[in-house]
Design a protein around this ligand. Structure first.
Ligand code: PLP
Length: 224
């Protein structure tokens, strides 16, 4: 687990870079989460619905919970009452379900569209063509989608030591983000978040325009 001083230093550095730190607490204990909470951390990220709902019910109500995993439509209802931001939206069907559950809970749920940037084909996400298709569906049906807000894009680079390759992927993601933001300015007035970067590559992601990093092992140590 990161030392308090090192955490504060990291936090200050990210603040200066206007970057939000999402502490990825999947498979970590509530005790460890409370240690970062005591140091002022409020944004936490989880990958699994059951684990997220369990932790949410046990932990302080002012935590902003980010869902960063692959979300199945039939599980949206469990997190819809409280989730702060859903990072991994990769289909219009899922977006419609989030909207439906947002309406039921009388709230607007912020979402990021997950884009596939890594060359590995194991990662989830939309390619460029699918992103444009989804945005076309969204803009056509926007008046029926009042309970979601598209806030930006999320992506994961290849897990690789090849820095040039990782940088290229983050740059591509940033370009796609800027292009989308400008092209859909009227339809996406809240499109301002780029979620990219994890423990091993967050500095590169920020250098390439990320303003939200999802960091786990650097903060909590290795997961079980
Ligand atoms: C687990 C995970 C992270 C954090 O990974 P670390 O390498 O521990 O920082 C970030 N984003 C996603 C989508 C994850 O699944």
């Amino acid at each position: 687990m990161i030392a308090p001083e090192a955490f504060q230093t990291l936090k200050e550095k990210l603040n200066q870079q206007k970057t939000t730190l999402v502490a990825v607490s999947k498979l970590q204990t509530v005790e460890k989460i409370m240690k970062l909470y005591a140091l002022g951390q409020r944004d936490f990220g989880e990958n699994y619905v059951q684990e997220l709902t369990d932790k949410q019910s046990e932990l302080p109500a002012d935590i902003q919970w980010h869902f960063i995993g692959h979300l199945q439509s039939n599980k949206v209802k469990y997190i819809a009452p409280f989730v702060h931001l859903i990072h991994g939206v990769d289909s219009f069907k899922l977006l419609q379900e989030i909207n439906k559950q947002g309406a039921k809970n009388e709230r607007v749920i912020d979402c990021l569209l997950q884009v596939h940037i890594a060359q590995e084909d194991t990662k989830f996400g939309l390619d460029e063509k699918e992103l444009i298709e989804l945005l076309a569906y969204y803009t056509a049906q926007r008046s029926d989608l009042q309970h979601i807000r598209l806030r930006g894009l999320m992506g994961m680079a290849s897990f690789s030591d090849d820095k040039a390759k990782v940088k290229k992927e983050f740059d591509q993601l940033h370009q796609l983000f800027e292009w989308t933001r400008k092209s859909y300015l009227g339809d996406l007035p809240f499109f301002d978040l780029l979620s990219a970067g994890m423990s091993n590559d967050y500095e590169m992601a920020i250098a390439s325009g990320s303003n939200m990093v999802r960091v786990g092992s650097v903060l909590f140590g290795h997961r079980n």
